[in-house]
Structure formats: C-alpha cells, structure tokens
Ligand binder design. Structure first.
Ligand code: SAM
Ligand code: DTB
Ligand code: SF4
Length: 326
C-alpha cells in the first residue's frame, strides 16, 4: 500500500527547509534509498523541434518573441532530422528522447507531425516525452493513442510569484493541461525553475502545488535558471547552490517515488554541487551537449563525473534491472 501524501501544509514544508542541512540530507537520502537504487540515474536527451518566435512572455525564456535574446528561429524540424538525432541519443545511452516546441499550444496539424516523430522514436526502442505547451483533452487522448510515454508541462514557480514571471497564460491553465495529461493516462513530468528571484516560501509553495496534485508527477524537473542575455531575468542574483540542493532534498521527501530531475543549469554547476544533488535524491538528468537552446555539460565530462561517483545510467525506468553505462 502506497502511503504517498497529497496534503502537505506550508508549515510542514517550511519546517523541512529549516532543518539543519545534514538532518535534511540524511532524511532525503534515506527515503531515496528506500525507493530507488541510489547509484542509478535515468538519462534523457532533449531536442528542440521548433525553436523561437513563441507568443508567450515567460521572462526566463530565450524563445519568447517578446524577449530580445539572440536566437536562430526555426520551423518545425523535418521528421528525418529528428529521427537522426534520436538515433544518436540512443547510441549515446539515452533511455528517453524529449522533444520540445516553442508553442503556446500545438495546432491539430502540427500535433500530427509531432505524432509521426513520437512513433518513429518509439520504434527505435526509446521512451518518448514531448513538451508542446497547453493541450486540450482531445489532443491528450490523441497523444495517448499514439503511445506517448511522458508529457512535460512545468508549473515553473509558486502561484504567488507566477504573475511576476508570466502574464500570457495562467497557473490554472497549467493545472488544466496537467489534468488532461493525467486523465489520458500519460505519465506527467512537471516541476519548476529555481533562482528567478523567488523566496524560499515560493520554493516551498511550488513543491506544495506539485506534491498535492491528485497524483505526484512521475518526473519532477528542478531547473536552475539559466540567465539568458536579452531576457528580463538576465541580471537576477544567482541562487546559492546549497539552497538548490536543499530544494532537491525537500522534493525527494515530499514525492518519494517520483524521479527528481536535475535539469537546466548543470553547465554552471560544479561536480560537487551535482554530487550533492544526487545524494539529496536527484536521480534523473539530461545528457547531451545541448538542452533546448542553451548548453549542457559535454558528454565526456558527464561520463567522467558518473565514473568518479560510481553512478550508472538507467537504460529504462520500467525495467530497473537493466542499467547500462552511458
Ligand atoms: N513551450 C512549452 C511550454 O513552455 O510549455 C515547452 C518548452 S519550455 C522551454 C519547457 C520548460 O523549460 C519551461 O517550462 C521552463 O520550466 C524550462 N526553461 C525554459 N527556459 C529556461 C531557462 N532559461 N532556465 C531554466 N529553465 C528554463
Ligand atoms: C524542463 O523542465 N527543462 C527542460 C525540459 N523541461 C524541456 C528545458 C530546459 C531549457 C533550458 C533553457 C534552454 O535550453 O533554452
Ligand atoms: Fe514559449 Fe515555452 Fe519559452 Fe514560455 S517557456 S516562452 S511557452 S517556449
């Protein structure tokens, strides 16, 4: 019987954040060990299938048409190009291929083109994930029939801080899309970004929203803001790495059976911070030189880090007895 909780109070979450660091990490790591092999990390590779010119105003994002980040705009990539990248990712050891599009929402016509990509990637034996913006119920059902494994849609931050970051789509819009995805029976991937100038209370409130959903997201990406020139957040003071690690630990305690993904921002993190995140309960990450538009650590560096830490990448989440080395 699962005893996962969906009734976290802010008081309880704040108390976790306020624990002495060692006590917090001990608690998070113990729970992590109860639920996962602590030396296995699941590895996904990302590809931007449609870059830039997005009508939304997310103030962290290089792809918003409202921001002035320098970016090569692209149309939806052709199928063969996507499948070639997926093939490369598989050869490099990725178990999941995630495709992201800079849309407010996909048109039905574009969705069919993405579905061709999903089917192509699946037939290579990889899990599929897409992040395409808001979805209707009919669209999520279509994605389910096509065999999509995960849909990524982040809450990004607390409901209280959200309006400082995005004005073109509401928090409720995001919750609605997540509900459609959950109801269609597709695995949900939802998390947020830290270091956007939010307070600790906002970080606690974001985790409360995620953990108190009717079902914990299967994957919880925790991104460190990549401050991009030309975006309104380019000069936001950096979040202390220890506070980032703390947040990972609290996420692990609140959602003990979810994969917590150490997502954007690794390129600017040292090995020690990443190692602490893995200890605190992160057990998934993006592998490959690029995220969507920004740099990720190069593959050799990640391989060396895994070797130094004795971590193996998990070939697939469902068959946990089949780890391979990246
Ligand atoms: N356009 C779709 C949407 O926003 O729903 C999907 C792609 S969007 C780039 C996916 C997620 O990436 C965002 O929700 C955000 O959490 C994260 N992200 C985008 N830019 C980022 C940045 N500069 N730093 C950290 N995370 C970022
Ligand atoms: C998520 O939470 N992080 C990934 C993925 N979901 C799609 C995206 C990170 C993007 C970082 C900024 C960029 O490369 O443009
Ligand atoms: Fe568009 Fe997604 Fe970037 Fe927001 S995060 S501007 S929706 S691509």
């Amino acid at each position: 019987m699962s005893n996962l909780r969906h009734d976290w109070t802010m008081q309880e979450i704040t108390a976790l954040f306020d624990l002495p660091f060692n006590d917090l990490l001990f608690q998070a790591h113990s729970l992590h060990r109860e639920n996962f092999d602590p030396n296995h990390v699941q590895v996904s590779t990302l590809l931007s299938i449609k870059t830039g010119a997005c009508p939304e105003d997310c103030s962290y994002c290089s792809q918003s048409a409202r921001n002035e980040a320098e970016l090569e705009r692209e149309r939806l990539l052709p199928l063969d190009e996507v499948l070639e990248k997926a093939h490369e990712a598989k050869n490099n050891g990725a178990s999941r291929f995630c495709m992201g599009a800079a849309w407010r929402n996909p048109t039905d016509k574009n969705l069919e083109r993405v579905i061709d990509m999903i089917e192509g990637v699946k037939s290579m034996g990889m899990e599929t994930c897409v992040t395409l913006g808001m979805l209707t119920e009919t669209q999520t059902e279509r994605l389910k029939v096509a065999g999509l494994d995960y849909y990524n849609h982040n809450l990004d931050t607390s409901p209280e801080f959200y309006g400082d970051i995005i004005t073109t789509r509401t928090y409720q819009n995001r919750l609605d899309t997540l509900e459609h995805v959950r109801n269609a029976g597709i695995n949900t991937c939802s998390g947020g970004i830290l270091g956007m100038g939010e307070s600790r209370t906002d970080r606690a409130s974001l985790l409360q929203q995620l953990a108190n959903l009717p079902k914990h997201p299967d994957s919880v990406p925790i991104n460190m803001l990549v401050a991009i020139e030309g975006t309104p957040l380019e000069d936001v003071p950096k979040l202390e790495p220890l506070e980032f690690i703390r947040t990972v630990a609290v996420a692990r305690i609140m959602m003990p059976e979810s994969y917590v993904r150490l997502s954007a921002g690794r390129a600017e993190m040292n090995d020690e911070t990443q190692a602490m995140c893995f200890f605190a309960g992160a057990n998934s990450m993006f592998y490959g030189e690029k995220l969507l538009t920004t740099d990720n650590p190069d593959e050799n560096h990640d391989q060396q880090l895994f070797n130094k830490l004795g971590i193996q990448s998990l070939q697939t989440e469902v068959t946990s007895d089949a780890p391979v080395t990246v």
